[in-house]
Design a protein around this ligand. Sequence first.
Ligand SMILES: CCC(=O)SCCNC(=O)CCNC(=O)[C@H](O)C(C)(C)COP(=O)(O)OP(=O)(O)OC[C@H]1O[C@@H](n2cnc3c(N)ncnc32)[C@H](O)[C@@H]1OP(=O)(O)O
Length: 482
Amino acid sequence: MTATIPTADESVVDRRDPEVRLKALLDRGSLRPIAARDERSGPDNSGVISARGQINGAPVIAFVTDATLMGGALGIGGCQLITEAIDTAVRERVPVIGLWHSGGARLAEGVVALDGIGLIFAAMVRASGRVPQISVVLGPAAGGAAYGPALTDVVIMSDSARIFVTGPEVVRSVTGEQVDMARLGGPEPHGRRSGVAHVTTKDEASALEAARTVASLLGHQGRLSPADVPDAEADADGHDLAALFPPEASRAYDVKPVVTALLDEPGVELHAKWAPNVVTTLGRFAGRTVGVIANNPMRLGGCLDASSAEKAARFVRMCDSLGVPLIVVVDVPGYLPGLGQEWEGVVRRGAKLLHAFAEAVVPRVTLVTRKAYGGAYIAMNSRSLGATAVYAWPNAEVAVMGASAAVNILHRKKLAATPAEERETLRAQLVEEQIATAGGVGRALEIGVVDDVIKPSETRRRIAEALANAPAARGAHGNIPL
Ligand SMILES: CCC(=O)SCCNC(=O)CCNC(=O)[C@H](O)C(C)(C)COP(=O)(O)OP(=O)(O)OC[C@H]1O[C@@H](n2cnc3c(N)ncnc32)[C@H](O)[C@@H]1OP(=O)(O)O
């Protein structure tokens, strides 16, 4: 059934109407068609509108597939319009936003449509890392209409979005699986399991609003103003970071409020449900867009694993290619061990994060709040990978592993040879010794891999100063969808 919305004059408009969708995305009155919808009967019949417009007063290019015509399926005409829109955005250095609701390549056009969709893909790759590319999926998006969004920087799905290579009918005939569109490619599977969607929303209006926010953050990044960042004691704006940590160092906590308190205002979390043991958020910090990456001890104890390393790597590369500085909040006990992880490619996928940070040239500051152990210490924007600055809070620990685990390995024979009734006392004593020799951040400071121990209350100011003092730079690479 066709969804409809009442207009001001009480007439009823098809909710899938491409013009209605574009107008809802752009600032009121700012839409200037680049290519208008043809009259349906004409020879072009492209099924695509592309337009210039504004979001919060700043220019963008947008295009939309016309879901009222052949379900938004794309022929060569529509593909050419999209390709031109993307190339125009690159020339004019503005974000490009695609609104997708499309059955993919027009079946009747055959290879001509396939060729056209290939041209869109090529344009997206040309634009990758040069201008922000945002996709909003508002209905079924199959085949080329699935891979198109997947090639862009941020994919936003409304509740009605369904992304798949082939729809349920084809799945049923080829594999025998009975599955509906929502389970196959709805916001739930793509937000939580596959990582295809960066943002999922409750309805179409929220999806378009999210696109507006992301376009503003990536397209109009602002300037860092450390002078506007007071220390927390003098700050009545709820930036007291330490208050958000539990008193016991071993207790889990949710890092999301910490990320929010670090930023000027709540940002946009990307991939919130997928790989939630690492948090990746875009937001404003000291007046400028930054990307924040934080371990989340509430999930898997904050360990890195295959998916979270890949998620963070993609985020780092996106920010680097678009010139967005990074803040990395570290509280990580290591990589998640186990057969499942090894078979999921924790080595290969974990290596992506090492590569992403080592390659990144944007200013990037690390803060160790509680602990940074082992390989995960290296992977979370360590000095050796080129961090701009590395700070630690007073009780933070940087070590190969936690003291208890280290004692179990270093003193296994000694502990085994000790009578059972004395073993725990000895273990506690050895742990104390281990903390004294290898704990804390003393050695890390000594060799210069931690620059300074800072108070939680001065954290925002120190990070802002470090970012502001670093030369602005931007990675010369695309944003391949890792
Ligand atoms: C680059 C490689 C590629 O793109 S290959 C991809 C080829 N496309 C596909 O396999 C998807 C085929 N379509 C579907 O499975 C369904 O239409 C999907 C997308 C799941 C949407 O289902 P549903 O929301 O129920 O709509 P529907 O099937 O009633 O379709 C609405 C109208 O759109 C049409 N349509 C759909 N897809 C295409 C297409 N690829 N080429 C031409 N027309 C297409 C349908 O025929 C239907 O038209 P009508 O309203 O009945 O006149």
